[in-house]
Write a protein that binds this ligand. Sequence first.
Ligand code: PMP
Ligand code: GLU
Length: 395
Amino acid sequence: MSRILSKRANELKPSATLAISAKEKELKSQGLDVVGFGAGEPDFTTPSHIRDAAKKSLDRGETFYTPVGGIVDLKKAVVSRLAQDYGLEYKPSEIVISCGAKHSLYNIFQAVVDPDDEVIVFAPYWVSYPEMVALAGGAAVIVPSSEGNRFIPEISELEKRVTEKTKAILLNSPSNPTGVVYPLEVLENIASVADKHDLIVISDEIYDKLLYDGNTFVPFASLPGMKDRTIMVNGVSKTYAMTGLRIGYLASTNSALVKAATDIQSQSTSNPNNTAQAAAVEALNGPQDEVGRMREIFQHRRDLMLRGIDEIPGLSAVKPDGAFYVFVNTSRFYGEYGIENSTDFSKYLLERHYLACVPGGPFGSEDHIRLSFATSEETILKGLGRLRKACEELA
Ligand code: PMP
Ligand code: GLU
């Protein structure tokens, strides 16, 4: 057998974020004292009322297949959350439940992208976007941004990259990896470009509940005229500390898209996990106080992380308004000791100082590394100590 793999599989880059998390866990299991700033997942245990709902569902014997696109109760729970939180009106038939927001995005690209179609992606971007677009046969067209402008893209840079092949604009605000939230004016400008060129907007809003400093989130679909153009993506992973339960969803008023995403699911995963759907119903319908409590803790940790970075000569970072990442500029340390890029720098941190973080390269910037502050204050302080020592050794 000379050629097992498809061209697609051959060209696929595995997820750098998941690779770092796996490496971190492996080193810890060998008894090494590794500090983890890699994992993009809340370190909190899923709130107990949500876990109880999963247990009760199992005890009721709800272990069968469910409808492919999710149970009606969960679709209704999504609808009522969107109505309560944002005044957005969707019908349960406009929601598709999938095995995580990542899966929702995968289904969407499979449903809308033809070979050679282009999808506009703003840099820095989450590692999985270009790969998922490529898996659908399309090409991600990257819109750059500058750190001096807080990673907020210039609309002229977006306009320049729209061609007759452009099918969609992909948005992620608050952003992974920068934590930056696009100002309303920028969202409005993106909306007018989408309108002018008749483009779909795929809005990944997975960090909508993790906005700091009292700021409130604006869903893209709530902008005038944007609801029918927008495919909203969200899930319960980050908001309710349910990453391993794997429930995400899309919301769209386009019935053909909803049907296509469901049909793709019917020929791939079938329904998302039955027990996890019961847990997600409780997460969305039940008390929401834990969400605010976790957000407050994250904000505290963000401030701690930022102060620490600020005190290390040679490092700088844009203050994240949301999510739980800081994208730290480490380029000042390149060029010596065999460190040329973000991968070398991350490797140096892990191998010499037992500090795990994700290199910026797979997010579209070699000048940076991503630090996650979804970990305890004690771990943050310990990791910052190691980061300082690592930088001092290179200075
Ligand atoms: N989008 C972004 C920007 C993310 O950071 C993540 C993190 N996992 C996801 C989507 C997917 O989340 P999940 O599949 O756990 O719902
Ligand atoms: N989204 C998280 C991260 O960026 C979790 C891992 C993943 O799905 O990529 O670290």
